[in-house]
Design a protein around this ligand. Structure first.
Ligand SMILES: *Cc1c(COP(=O)(O)O)cnc(C)c1O
Length: 233
């Protein structure tokens, strides 16, 4: 049924886009220099479609299986759609991930680098390799994925030299209860010294700060789609 009101998610997108443009302006960066990844995890296609209709084409999901269910048909219906995996990747899901995602932000261990190299080689010719971001656990939180900051240089080198993977950048999720700025600064420093141009950092609550620190990709969910039910289990 047609509704005269703008759907809530399209309004959320417009609001976030305006915030992002303002943050770019204030940081002295060109509007459009930061890629907005609309994080649609947990949301059904009915909530996602208005965001696609409003022109957004880059989306993030954190589970391979959920994305497999939701995205192939949607992506066909909206040419140019780009899908980013932002959640942890189990090695046994690597083949599916390489087939579905245009970018993977959660590369954090050598066994996964080896699997990715194998599956990318296997898919060569049929599909462009997903762009890869190494996740860094900037807060060294025991429950969080990512390589430790002091291990990041060696890990990036192993990905490049041993596994022959092209690495686009780094990703982090700062500790929830801390000022994110030092974490963004640390990620930028590690990226710079490793010659990496991509910085995937900043979420609904802190993406303006991330833009100040050089984010090239911000991952924004709830500010576009609304709140998610709490994670259980
Ligand atoms: C869910 C999620 C986001 C988006 O979080 P919001 O606070 O809803 O914007 C960003 N990055 C990762 C890795 C996530 O899992």
């Amino acid at each position: 049924m047609q509704n005269s009101h703008e759907p809530a998610t399209a309004a959320g997108l417009a609001h976030v886009t305006a915030r992002l443009d303002k943050a770019c302006h204030e940081a002295g960066r060109a509007a459009g220099s930061v890629t907005l990844i609309a994080v649609s995890k947990t949301f059904e296609t009915d909530a996602i479609r208005p965001v696609l209709d409003a022109g957004q084409r880059v989306f993030g999901e954190n589970r391979v299986q959920e994305a497999q269910k939701k995205w192939p048909n949607l992506a066909r219906a909206y040419p140019g759609t780009e899908l980013h995996l932002i959640g942890p990747l189990q090695s046994n899901k690597t083949r599916e991930a390489v087939a579905l995602f245009d970018a993977i932000h959660s590369l954090d261990r050598e066994s996964l680098a080896a699997e990715l190299a194998k599956e990318i080689a296997r898919a060569e010719g049929s599909r462009a390799a997903p762009r890869l971001f190494v996740q860094v656990n900037t807060g060294a939180e025991p429950q969080k994925a990512g390589v430790l900051p002091e291990e990041a240089d060696a890990f990036v080198e192993a990905c490049r030299e041993k596994h022959r993977l092209a690495i686009e950048g780094l990703m982090c999720i700062p500790p929830a209860d801390e000022n994110p700025a030092p974490h963004f600064a640390l990620l930028e420093k590690i990226a710079r010294r490793n010659g990496l141009s991509g910085l995937s950092m900043g979420m609904s609550g802190d993406f303006e700060t991330a833009v100040q620190f050089g984010a090239t990709h911000v991952r924004v969910g709830s500010a576009i789609f609304g709140g998610r039910p709490p994670i259980t289990g």
